[in-house]
Design a protein around this ligand. Structure first.
Ligand code: SF4
Ligand code: SF4
Length: 339
């Protein structure tokens, strides 16, 4: 069922929802960008509808809400361990279809990729309700249509929202939320709209033609020259889910401390370093190959759909102007031309 309500009424509803939920969405931090005159658009808690930034792509994705950059797994003393509590409150995330599809990828990695679910991910994930923002145009660097991540199904959201000038239209799948909205809005026919065409043309190579012959191709060597291994593409990516684990020992008593996990990434130095100092992806181009194959081939082999959702954030954020979408096109061209 669809509803139309004024932005003022939706804002009131948002305030009410904040009694039991932490609400996150895209926000604009004025003059907090890379340069002092630039704004930074990132996910953060929103107190009011006016806090939502709906016209600019966020630099980073909402993944850190359910997969924090740094997370304590447990505290330890000489003979005890304790897993930290999580907040009672539920979580609402305003996000676009590509980012909702990225969470589907994280779900596969953390919940379906082995005999046990990742409890740290699961206990946050279980609290989340998704409010999907209609996105029919995307941004310059997006290629979500190519990656089949432009659409979402009703079971994947609590609400689907279309913002107009002074009002908004929505579809609601949660009976409790629907009850609240019924009191504020009028019923309408509502059909979610999705982006149908990408501005950035990306040609995915056919999976069956991606072979080990491409392993040593000159394409990757070019990235050894250009990439500086900063890892920004990994941290900005909504589907990168690698982490490393570290024990932090307290100064006061070296038998006590906490085990933390923190984001890691395949482009970053040390990621493949092993005991004895062997590093099996020392060259930066090898890391680009690994990431590319993982995003458009290996993950698909295991889970049946590509890992990359085509959000284009890695293209936007690379300080060396390395374009992942361009890399996919080059790979496809090499395969087509049989080089
Ligand atoms: S690889 Fe790049 S385009 Fe694909 S999901 Fe990650 S950040 Fe987005
Ligand atoms: S953001 Fe660019 S330079 Fe940095 S690791 Fe990724 S590809 Fe390399």
């Amino acid at each position: 069922m669809g509803y139309r309500l004024s932005k003022h009424d939706f804002s009131e509803l948002l305030h009410k929802l904040q009694e039991d939920n932490k609400v996150y969405g895209p926000t604009c931090k004025e003059k907090k960008g890379t340069f002092s005159a630039n704004d930074l658009v990132v996910y953060d808690q929103v107190a009011d509808l006016n806090d939502l930034e709906l016209t600019t792509k966020t630099k980073f994705s909402p993944k850190e809400i359910i997969f924090p950059i740094r997370q304590t797994m447990f505290y330890f003393t000489e003979d005890q361990q304790q897993i930290p509590q999580v907040d009672e409150e539920s979580i609402i995330i305003f996000l676009r279809p590509c980012d909702r599809n990225a969470v589907k990828r994280l779900d596969e990695i953390f919940l379906e990729n082995g005999p046990e679910e990742d409890i740290y991910y699961q206990r946050l994930r279980d609290k989340v309700k998704f409010f999907v923002l209609e996105c029919t145009t995307g941004f310059d660097s997006c290629f979500c249509v190519t990656m089949d991540s432009n659409r979402v199904e009703p079971e994947e959201y609590t609400a689907f929202l279309r913002f107009e000038e002074d009002e908004l239209e929505c579809e609601v799948t949660d009976p409790d939320l629907e009850h609240l909205i019924q009191e504020l809005g009028s019923e309408i026919e509502f059909n979610p709209q999705f982006k149908e065409e990408d501005e950035t043309e990306v040609n995915l190579p056919p999976k069956e033609e991606i072979t080990n012959d491409l392993f040593e191709h000159q394409l990757w060597t070019d990235y050894t020259r250009r990439c500086i291994a900063c890892g920004r593409c990994n941290t900005a990516c909504p589907t990168c889910s690698c982490f490393t684990v570290k024990d932090i020992v307290y100064e006061e008593n070296s038998n006590c401390g906490e085990r933390q996990r923190m984001w890691a990434g395949c482009h970053i130095d040390g990621f493949t370093e092993m005991a004895g100092g062997h590093n099996f992806r020392d060259e930066y181009g090898d890391r680009m190959r690994y990431k590319t194959m993982h995003k458009i081939y290996d993950f698909n082999e295991r889970f049946g759909f590509d890992m990359c959702v085509g959000c284009g954030r890695c293209d936007d954020i690379c300080p060396e102007y390395i374009s992942f979408s361009n890399c996919i096109n080059k790979l496809n061209q090499i395969i087509e031309e049989g080089e």
